[in-house]
Write a protein that binds this ligand. Sequence first.
Ligand code: ZN
Length: 457
Amino acid sequence: MLRNFIRLSLFFVFLPAIATTAVGQESIVAVQTDMTVIVQGKQIVQIGKSDATPLPKTAIVVDGREKFLIPGLWDMHVHEIFGTWLPEDEKITPVLFVANGVTGVRDMGGDLEPLKKWRARIAEGKLLGPRMIISGPMLDGPVPQFPSSAPVKDAAEGRRIVDDLQKNGADFIKIQSLVPRDGYFAAADEAKKDAIVFAGHVPDKVRAMEASNAGQKSIEHLTGVFEGCSTVEDDLMAAPRGPGRGRFLSTYDPTRAKALIALFAKNQTWQVPTLYWERGEWLIEQTTAGPDPLEKYAPAAWRVRAWPMFTTGILKDWSTDPVADREKFFQAELKMVGEMKKAGVPILAGTDTAAGVRVYPGFSLHEELELLVQAGLTPMEALQAATINAGRYLGLVDTGTIEKGKRADLVLLDANPLADIKNTRKIQSVVLAGRYFSRADLDHLLAGVEAEAAKSK
Ligand SMILES: [Zn+2]
């Protein structure tokens, strides 16, 4: 049975032709107009020029004239079920992703068993939500700072936890900041033996250069990067991580920066800068000032408990520098991402939702795309950071582009995202694993989330 048919006057096809360059792989991308996409079951079964692609008689036709089709988006840094901080709520978090065109997520730390259940039910079509890639508990120090953590005391423990997670169905290993050096390098070695990806923070006691050389596949939040660019890297690594951003900038050495960026490009160490989360944290006073237009979608657990707790912690221990220093530091982060892009360091879009104050599932991904453009990516490159790059990073050949044989995860936009990246928010419809959601359907989903949030306690 043919279920959906989308006719379009203009859409993007990301053709993943691979050209090898000095810094790795580069994708060739094409924008195509007057195309027709035919979806059957969960797959794209045909694409072609509209005048040459006959309509199957049984097809449901979606008129895409004057509209713009992009691949379903990936948020590559999320936390969906995270102890009592972000308790399981299947009627809120996964629904908000889908309603915003996010059809895939990389969960960077959470409660493994309930996440596995979501992952399976979503794959079977029994739960509405984005496709999930999950790490389960994060490897952290002997005394973890967060829920959903696996404490690493030493090397043996690092190896054992990696083995356990690999056997228990984690898709990859997430590293947090307090993992000790011996535990980190042992976990890295074990992950290689187990053929499982490890990714996350550069731990406080490890240099960014060492993490890249150890094979860490992605670095989140630019952890360890500015330390690695400083003439006083060891001092910065020894100090508490939040404060002292003025010193990060005053000791910044362009030669060191160039060398570190070149190493990331050579090793293809992916960067997930989570810029929206970074800005929200460094400028926490602005983040929490004024009314929150999305508040109606936040369950009490975020709105009343987790986010006020995060705000207090950030103000007390993290964002304590003069606001001018923090503003400059965020600008330096944007510039850093732009320089990484120019040097061929691969970049992914991730938001850290809902583990950031007012960082909403789905909505935040569009904020991140906008900041990636501010950092110097073109709108096309920002889109790629949430589509084709996600597929490449994850080694999933069925996602990230609009091509025959790919999963039918699609977002139809009312306006051209290449003219203005903000247009990714103008969502006309979403296709999730072949299931079509009109604008009215998406609004209905959002109303459902609002009702759930209102009755949450
Ligand atoms: Zn995170």
